[in-house]
Write a new protein. Structure first.
Length: 134
């Protein structure tokens, strides 16, 4: 078994695509519009299934906002340098309505360097510093 994708409901599809592609450097992999069912899907990621997990951005026609709820945590992305990544994406993120919500630093009680950025719909993404050659 393997994880294929994670689905996030978004209130503005192009803004979400712009965030994941322009800020986090993912690729827009494919889109599917279902007008009869009143939704559009956009898949983004660093590669495609089955080698890489993807994020499915789902826009339901006419729905601009969702309640986040208390159960959702975050998506984690490995980066080689958390501080450099935050510096590189800060202005682009702000222009799209997102922000770095936890500045780079060690995780409490440990030494792993992390930061958090929130996407324009309020989903949290943890940036974790690690060698990407693993």
């Amino acid at each position: 078994m393997r994880i294929l994708h994670t689905m996030l409901r978004v209130g503005h599809l192009q803004r979400a695509i712009d965030f994941y592609t322009q800020v986090l450097g993912m690729n827009l992999l494919r889109t599917t519009d279902r007008p009869d069912q009143k939704y559009t899907l956009a898949f983004v990621g660093y590669g495609t299934n089955p080698d890489h997990a993807e994020i499915e951005l789902t826009y339901n026609y006419g729905v601009e906002r969702y309640e986040m709820g208390g159960a959702y945590g975050h998506i984690a992305i490995g980066v080689p340098d958390v501080a450099a990544t935050c510096a590189a994406v800060r202005d682009k993120a702000a222009a799209l309505g997102s922000a770095i919500t936890r500045e780079p630093g060690p995780v409490k009680g440990g030494s792993t360097v992390i930061a958090f950025i929130t996407d324009p719909d309020g989903y949290k993404i943890e940036l974790i510093q690690r060698s990407l050659s693993n």
